[in-house]
Design a protein around this ligand. Structure first.
Ligand code: SAH
Length: 339
């Protein structure tokens, strides 16, 4: 059955017209779903009994169920959500000074095959629908009785490999009658699917784009991230420059530091040359260990040296705070599960 949360306002209006109902009912339904957060059609008391019945016959109100919830020493929460089709995904909620950030998954598994990331270790199963992406936020807010202020597409999956649904989810998250979270509070992270970066630039969404770069050397980057063989660094940078020009938004480059792989000063020098003059920011991530992974975290000393080198060259670089690593909730540690 169709999940009503997969429909945006315009699409729902069309559905209602087809059901011989007034399109403004769609706004009432949206209010029930995204403000009141009801979980059944019976509770939508300003709709006629007849319409509620029709809705029930034609739609389900999609949901995800909490299978497991873990809390880290630092307050980070990791959910294992049941998608109710035999698949489960992980979602993380982090606490920052400025509010709560949720890290959502966009796919069940991932096709990218990055060597340092646990999300890709097991097969890709399917894309999440836009409703399932949004539902992760609704379920976490309900469970914690809180309001989430920031959304990052940095969970399991490659968001630009599920482009249509991710864009639709972002619009729903951002919509005043949806979750009403400002676009500037939404970040999309990509391993670098170049044609989709151009598409995203043309969407006119004020979200932040993060690029998982991890090396400015094609040979090293290809060894870490197979996608680099298809879209090498020069092409990726061209797309990033187009994105900046088109949106006037700063790009955030993510760089996970692995000991003796990409963490020396020569790498920092190459990186500073690559990014020179670009409207950007570098997010250094001490690489998180994964099961059977061969990469080891850089030493604190090297991480600080790397940052200081970039800063000295005029490139703004910060070290990402490690959250949730004690419950495998940190970057690159999320996995899909079979039920
Ligand atoms: N597929 C998207 C979304 C995942 S985001 C992407 O690649 O950007 C998760 C971020 O964590 C990415 O920057 C990813 O490269 C990074 N990451 C993956 N594994 C990691 C690990 N073991 N340690 C630190 N960061 C990691």
């Amino acid at each position: 059955m169709k999940n009503i949360k997969d429909f945006n306002l315009e699409e729902l209006k069309k559905e209602l017209i087809q059901m011989n109902e007034k399109p403004f009912r769609a706004e009432q339904i949206f209010r029930w779903l995204y403000q009141e957060r009801v979980e059944d059609f019976t509770s939508m008391t300003n709709l006629s009994l007849e319409l509620r019945k029709k809705l029930e016959e034609n739609f389900k109100i999609g949901k995800v169920e909490i299978l497991e919830k873990q809390k880290s020493k630092d307050g980070t929460i990791k959910y294992l959500f049941d998608l109710l089709d035999g698949n489960a995904i992980e979602t993380v909620v982090m606490e920052y000074k400025y509010g709560k950030t949720i890290c959502v998954s966009s796919q069940v598994g991932c096709k990218m095959g990055c060597k340092f990331c646990a999300s890709t270790g097991i097969a890709f199963i399917r894309n999440l629908s836009n409703g399932e992406i949004v539902e992760q936020i609704l379920a976490a807010e309900k469970d914690e009785n809180c309001k989430i202020s920031n959304v990052v597409f940095m969970g399991i999956g490659e968001p630009l490999d599920n482009y249509e649904n991710v864009i639709k989810a972002i619009r729903q998250i951002n919509h005043p009658k949806g979750l009403n979270i400002g676009a500037r509070h939404i970040s999309i992270s990509t391993s670098g699917i170049v044609p989709k970066i151009y598409d995203l630039a043309n969407e006119n969404i004020q979200a932040t784009l993060s690029i998982s770069l991890h090396s400015s050397n094609d040979e090293i980057r290809s060894s870490l991230m197979p996608i680099n063989q298809k879209y090498p660094i020069a092409e990726l940078m061209k797309a990033c420059k187009y994105y900046i020009e088109k949106t006037n938004r700063r790009i955030s480059f993510e760089y996970a530091l692995a000991k003796d792989e990409n963490d020396n000063l020569k790498a920092a020098e190459e990186l500073s040359k690559l990014l020179k003059g670009m409207l950007c920011h570098v997010n250094l991530i001490p690489i998180n260990p994964i099961e059977n992974g061969k990469y080891v975290k850089s030493t604190n000393e090297n991480i600080i040296k790397f940052r200081d080198y970039l800063n000295a060259k005029g490139i703004v670089a910060t070290i990402r705070r490690e959250l949730g690593s004690d419950i495998d909730a940190a970057c690159g540690q999320l996995r899909r599960k079979n039920l």
